[in-house]
Design a protein around this ligand. Sequence first.
Ligand code: NAP
Ligand code: G4F
Length: 342
Amino acid sequence: MKVALIFGITGQDGSYLARLLLKKRYVVHGVKRRSSSLNTKRIDDIYVEPFSKNQNFILHYGDITDALSTTNLINKIKPDEIYNLAAQSHVAVSFDVPEYTANADGLGPLRILETIRNSKKKIKFYQAGTSEMFGKVDQIPQNEKTNFHPRSPYATAKLYAHWITKNYRDAYGLFACNGLLFNHESPMRGETFVTKKIVKALVRIKNKKQKKLFLGNIYSKRDWGHAKDYVEAMWLILQQKFPDDFVISSDKQYSIKQFINIVSKKLNLKIKWIGKGINEKGINSEGKIIIECKRKYFRPLEVDNLLGNSKKARKILKWKPKYNIHTLVEEMIAHELEMIHE
Ligand code: NAP
Ligand code: G4F
């Protein structure tokens, strides 16, 4: 049986990756942080303390900013594969906590790489890189050869992680790989990311549980896929003969406004748009304002135009996403409808 260690097990991707690896009969170890309230809701159904329902699923306390805990866990578990998904992953928040973001997202992976380098065991390493590193893009669509131009403390920290992973691969022969993943969403997405925020709010507005949705820039464009498809790509990346870096994307692009229109159409919420810029508003069929823009949701710097070209992954990994924007949105809506009746 292969043994995997996942940093960031309690996050969206960690919860999908753990399920995928358990299905593939791995022993899965996950690292969770101590928090003042429970942070395991995404994995509670596969783990119940004190006796795990699944004997192959083991959780440990740790923190990627703590070199001792990171090194000790790796040396104790001696995994075959490490997936580093742990990060302060919110771009807007990274402007408020830049030093912490640099420490967790930039130096965190270095701590893992250095431990692997000093380990006698050959451990494969996956680093959760991001399309945010392309930032102010000079090429559309973006692929593995596109220049990087990060536009946030988050993207800058992730760029360090990207290069240090590549450097450890080149310098020490580590099987260390970067995934350059474009936005991926799911019912498990964090509440403050834009797709989840929109779907949740529009479902609640439709069911008269909420009056308005406040957003920032609705003209940036993103390439959205489903987390379930993207964690499969992470696994495939570590199953190759040689370590390499791969763009993972749907290769389709929508603006935030287009995303809102897709969701509202599926909910039969007829939204009419009026006004321009910060004064743009979405109005329902009764003439009530249900969507407004607020300055506080705009970022000091924006990434306007992300669109991936995942040709390399589709050819080499033979990766093909099963979801599209419509099936993704439908699954997210169904989940929010279930939640509303809880
Ligand atoms: P997420 O839901 O925010 O999950 C992040 C995970 O990291 C959580 O388990 C979180 O723990 C953990 N974490 C944060 N700081 C930590 C620390 N100091 N020590 C240990 N664990 C820590 O993010 P996601 O959407 O699953 O994304 C997974 C990874 O892929 C992240 O690195 C993200 O930056 C990257 N990525 C995401 C996307 C995307 O569109 N989702 C695209 C490209 C790259 P808590 O639960 O305690 O907060
Ligand atoms: O959903 P978002 O916060 O995702 P963003 O910034 O693209 O980052 C996500 O994807 C990255 C991959 O490209 C990951 F690396 C990262 O960890 C994260 O998962 O925002 C998407 C867009 C932005 O342009 C933002 O300005 O939506 C715009 N937006 C407009 N109003 C908003 C809002 N974003 C958020 N979070 N909240 C708003 O109210």
